[in-house]
Design a protein around this ligand. Structure first.
Ligand SMILES: C[S@@+](CC[C@H](N)C(=O)[O-])C[C@H]1O[C@@H](n2cnc3c(N)ncnc32)[C@H](O)[C@@H]1O
Length: 246
């Protein structure tokens, strides 16, 4: 078969599969159409960011419920394709612009009264390591079986960019410390996709805990980040998370 004419498609019973382009163009599925476009786009080199990562995971794993901690302007939240969405932010965008359930409160206050699980959680609230660590712990408590946590801003480029309190416009905070710490205390599978300031992925898994030998200082982070965070490329993300059936 001529592989140039193959595109990646999917339906809910078979999962991802390669099909001839001509057949793909004639596919009658409606609801799967988005997924086909999305995956085909990714393979054609469409740039991945936090939103496309979240949407491709929702489609691939058929996630039904989404929680976003930290809404900002709401641009990511509004573009996430999931019917059951919940957003948490002490200062959320105007209600009329947002669908789903919006909680004008901090993530700690939200989790203190929360009574439900979520299939996918996006952590992007206060970018201080101790807060991000609590957000990870609470999200793991309320994660559905088979669910996943996505954490933004895991890969600062300069020391200044990750300094707390904030000193720069483009600021990641020291979220990376929370992810390294979580790996040391929990049986979780962790990686960081090297795009959009680092998108961390966390799944409960029987994994040995990871304790770095070096102090969690930024100069060590620059040297050790690949080992500490298990950094993967966009291509690896596609292969591991979008092409496998796990
Ligand atoms: C970087 S913005 C979020 C951007 C958004 N998730 C996106 O992808 O476009 C961070 C947000 O976290 C919110 N925030 C700050 N402290 C928080 C807390 N303790 N709990 C939840 N959200 C918080 C801020 O109000 C701000 O809107």
């Amino acid at each position: 078969m001529d592989t140039d004419t193959l595109v990646l498609a999917s339906d809910s019973s078979r999962g991802p599969t390669w099909v001839p382009e001509e057949q793909y163009r004639r596919l009658p599925w409606d609801c799967e159409g988005d997924f086909i476009q999305c995956i085909a786009g990714l393979l054609e080199g469409e740039r991945l960011n936090r939103t496309t990562i979240i949407n491709s995971l929702i489609l691939q794993y058929n996630y039904q419920s989404y929680l976003e901690i930290g809404l900002g302007s709401g641009c990511n939240y509004q573009d996430v394709r999931c019917d059951d969405k919940t957003g948490v932010d002490p200062t959320p965008p105007p209600r009329h612009a947002m669908t789903g359930s919006i909680h004008a409160t901090t993530s700690d206050e939200f989790f203190a009264v929360n009574e439900r699980c979520f299939d996918i959680v996006f952590i992007d609230g206060l970018h201080h390591a101790d807060q991000v660590y609590r957000d990870i712990e609470n999200s793991l408590l309320w994660l559905s079986e088979g669910g996943i946590i996505v954490c933004h801003d895991m890969m600062p480029v300069t020391e200044l960019q990750q300094r707390v309190p904030r000193e720069t416009k483009a600021w990641t905070g020291d979220c990376w410390r929370a992810l390294v710490r979580a790996r040391g205390n929990r049986e979780i599978e962790v990686c960081v996709v090297d795009t959009d300031w680092g998108c961390g992925l966390i799944k409960p898994a029987e994994q040995p805990v990871f304790q770095p030998k070096e102090e969690l200082a930024f100069e060590n982070f620059q040297r050790c980040k690949h080992a500490w965070l298990n950094v993967i490329s966009v291509a690896e993300f596609k292969i591991r998370y979008l092409l496998s059936q796990n």
